[in-house]
Design a protein. Structure first.
Ligand code: ADE
Length: 249
């Protein structure tokens, strides 16, 4: 996958793109990420990229010219590639569709993404109308810019690309993938400061461990995110366990 980030603050991405799992994915060539400074495309003497909003009001708005030229520059690099037309242009904005695991799964199958990070009061509407395929929000709150949301999106999308994580199995069982929260995890030592790891995990009985984990997932979800149970695909046994749990409260 290729990802192009359009931002006024490229330095914010430096350690993010070179550290840990994402850093390794970039090194292995599983994902190619390029950061572009929108200001470099401003055609005025002072390299100004934003201006006051027409009609008045607080804050600054990213001007259409630098952003449009930056997008055209990125698209011209794509033109040599066959996937040019399939490139999805995403604007990170509190007005967007809220990012979910399902959306991340769909985006992880795209050959390329262009991410536009707004700042201050946002970007000129004409850019959204002309270029943007999708607006994405990371939650119902307002941040000072789209850089952190872009990092959130890149992190949760790229880890779903085959080969990025060590084991694809961990994706199948983790929170949100199966519509439930994950079961609790333990590692050595078996007794820490008097607190023991649940005996079943030391039993070596894989069937029992699987059943226990499923029950812990259900218990966790019921306690922390009961809203998720309505959409989860549950078995007869799951319903029975949940009923017992509720009855014992
Ligand atoms: N820019 C500012 N706030 C945002 C949010 N919640 N999601 C995405 N982009 C944003």
């Amino acid at each position: 996958m290729r990802i192009d980030i359009l931002t006024l603050f490229p330095e914010m991405f430096e350690s993010f793109l070179t550290t840990s799992i994402l850093g390794r994915a970039v090194e292995k060539g599983l994902v190619s990420i390029k950061v572009h400074n929108i200001r470099d495309f401003a055609d005025n003497k002072h390299k100004q990229a934003d201006d006051y909003p027409y009609g008045g009001g607080a804050g600054m708005v990213l001007m259409p010219q630098p952003l449009s030229d930056c997008i055209k520059h990125v698209l011209s690099q794509y033109r040599e590639k066959t996937y040019e037309k399939k490139t999805k242009i995403i604007y990170l904005s509190p007005q967007g569709q809220v990012l979910s695991q399902q959306m991340a799964r769909e985006l992880s199958k795209e050959p390329s993404l262009i991410l536009i990070c707004g700042h201050y009061e946002g970007i000129d509407q004409r850019i959204i109308d002309r270029y943007v395929d999708m607006e994405v929000s990371i939650g119902d709150y307002v941040l000072t810019g789209g850089e952190i949301p872009a990092m959130v999106l890149i992190d949760c999308v790229t880890r779903l690309i085959p080969g990025v994580l060590g084991s694809q199995e961990s994706i199948l069982e983790e929170s949100h993938t199966a519509g439930l929260l994950e079961y609790p995890q333990y590692t050595r030592p078996a007794v820490y400061d008097g607190d023991e790891v649940p005996q079943v995990l030391l039993s070596g009985d894989h069937e029992r461990i699987k059943r226990w984990r499923r029950q812990q997932s259900l218990k966790n979800t019921l306690k922390k995110r009961p809203d998720m149970l309505k959409k989860a695909s549950l078995t007869e046994e799951d319903y029975k366990f949940l009923k017992e749990l509720k009855d014992s409260e």
